[in-house]
Structures are given as C-alpha cells and as structure tokens.
Design a protein around this ligand. Sequence first.
Ligand code: ATP
Length: 376
Amino acid sequence: MSTSIHLEDLRKEFRTLGSTHVAVDGLTLDIPDGSFTTFVGPSGCGKTTTLRMLAGLETPTSGRILFGDRDVTDLPPQRRNAAMVFQSIALYPHMTVRENIGYGLKIRGVSKGERDARIEEAAETLQITEQLEKMPAELSGGQQQRVALGGAFVQDPDVLLLDEPMSDLDAKLKSELRVEIQRLHQELETTVVYVTHDQTEAMTMSDQVVLLREGELAQADPPRRLFDRPRSEYVARFIGTPSTNVLPCRVDRDGSTAALVGHGFRVPLPADALPAAVGDEVRIGIRPQFLSPDAGEHRFELTVEVVEPIGIESVVHGRTDDGTRVDVVAAGLDSLRPGDRIVVGFDREHAFVFGAGGESVLFGEELVDGRGRSIR
Ligand code: ATP
C-alpha cells in the first residue's frame, strides 16, 4: 500500500533556554503516491525534523500533514501506518534476526505463521535469509541495517521513512544497500521518503529530490530538472560534483550590444535577454564538466593547483588570476602539475546566470535565443 503526502505551510520551532530556533520554515510540498522522494541538504537544514514530523515523532508548531486526504497532523505514530528506519541501527541485541524483523508484527498480534511468511519474504528481498537465526552482534553493519529495513518491510507501511540509513556504512556496502532499497521500494509499492546529506545518493535513487536550505524549500523537482534548471546558485552549487563553478561578471554595453564581462571572457547577450543595467554585478555558473581545455566559445586562463585523476578523466582544481576557484573535469589532464597554466572555455548554452540575490535569471539556451527574465 502507499499514499500521497501533502505538506502545507509546515513549521517547526524548537524553544531552548529562552531562544527560539526555526528548524522547518513554511514548507509546502507534494509527495506523489508511490514515489521515492529524497530530502537533501547540508547539516542542520531541517531534513530529519521534517521526517520526524511525518512519522509523528515531532509535533509541528503550525501547518498540516496530509496522507492522501487524511489529516494526520495530530495522529500518534502508530495510527499513521508509516515505518521508519534510523541512521543508528536499532536492533534488540537479545533477539535473533527473525525475532527482530517480526517484532513489530508480533506486538500487533499477527499470527506466527503469517509472521514467518512475511519475515522470509523480506529476508529474501534483502538477501539475509542465511542470517535469520543469528544474533545481531554476529552481523556486519550492512547486514544489521538490512535487518532494520526488513522490520519496516514486513509491516507493509503506506509510507517508509528512511533517515540516512547508510551513513555508517562503507562505500561498497552503501552502493549495495542503495540497490536493495530501490528493490524494496519496487516490491512494496510504498511511498518512500528518504533523508540524506549526500547529493549523489539523492540524485541516483529518487523520483523527486527536495533540497532544503535553513528550513526552507530551495527546490523540489525530479533529479534531472534540478541539475539542468537549478532555481538558484545555492541549488546549482549543491547538486552535481564537483560543485558548479561561479564566475563573477558585470553587465556591459557596447553601443547596442550587451554582454556579460568576466575575468578574461565576454559573453554577448541577445538583445532582449537580460534587461539589466550596465554595471550590474551578476554571476555565471558553469559545471566543471562543461569547461573544456583549449575549446569552447568563451575562454579564460587558470593556474593549476591540484590534479585528481579519477579514471579516464581528471578533476583539475585551479584559480583564475582574480582569485576565483575553478574546477574542470576532462580527459587528458593527468599530466598537468601544480603551477601549470591552462586555457579553458565554455559554450554559453551550458551556462547559468545568477542575479544579485543568487536567483537564476537565465539558462544557457536563453542566452543563445534571448528569452530570459529580467533581473530587475
Ligand atoms: P543533519 O544532516 O545534521 O542530521 P538535518 O538537516 O537533519 O541535519 P535537523 O536535525 O532537522 O537537521 O535539525 C534542524 C535544526 O533544528 C538544527 O539547527 C538542529 O540543531 C535543530 N534541532 C533539531 N532537533 C532539535 C531539538 N530537539 N531541540 C532543539 N533544536 C533542535
């Protein structure tokens, strides 16, 4: 079973020692029925607090939570049919894996026969059938987290809430469990809400990614749209690795032709693209993968600081003469050394333009065909 979720102007304040901290600030959002939605963002942005409000473990200060058309804002956790798995693995050490997985069913009075059938189905999906009669202490961290997921799986929840369930695991176990969780989502046909601070996890697993910033919604969209159409410099920098390069520039006009002028490059603006005033400061965002050595319409020079080979490609961390840090990802750069000078370039169709407040005002194709919004 599954349900859609609607958050309406959700707010959570914590009051400690006379001061008030707003952890979640006016969050309005739709989570489609059966989707895999991931909350992502830096530490402290309100991901866990939102998830705990969905679970019923935290009471919103104001706003509403709907599961389908049912208002669950004031319902206790056990009446929401939501299962939650936490970052720290919480298993009963004195119970076998089988008993741990089936515990939630047992306290709900489900018969032993049905319990065993559901435990074995979950164990098979999560590839822990061999471990069913073992004690938690005999399992690896990854296996223990699978047991915790199994306990959620057997409850057939409408909503499965996962709070950084992989953060304590090593990279290999993480990538394995990532696949298990997606398999679990498909088999359960449940609505999954997942919390992580790892944007790669968010981008690879989700139907919808919700990026938060200091308790507020920065953007909620399918991964590809978040990547191609970031609403702001904050989104562009958070999504994608290495982070999007941000190059300061100024609006200039030469007769009837406007342009964005940065350190060593000049990007012409189509006539109606950016009705900004001459001298306005804006920023161009360009992903490291869209900067090419000795190619591209608009070129500038860099001093190489660090080179990181990552297989066929390398990441070059460099700096322009005006001190702007720039990363480049491309093949054939592994022979570069710190101190080397290189010329890199980009095509304007790949650029983002950010206004003074950090909002996206133009995307690449609008720079080419001139259908932008005003930054004024
Ligand atoms: P992380 O990735 O570090 O877990 P997060 O995005 O999940 O971060 P939250 O745990 O939701 O962030 O916390 C949001 C803000 O609310 C933080 O500033 C945190 O210190 C504060 N906060 C969370 N829980 C409480 C609490 N019980 N009392 C007071 N402040 C709290």
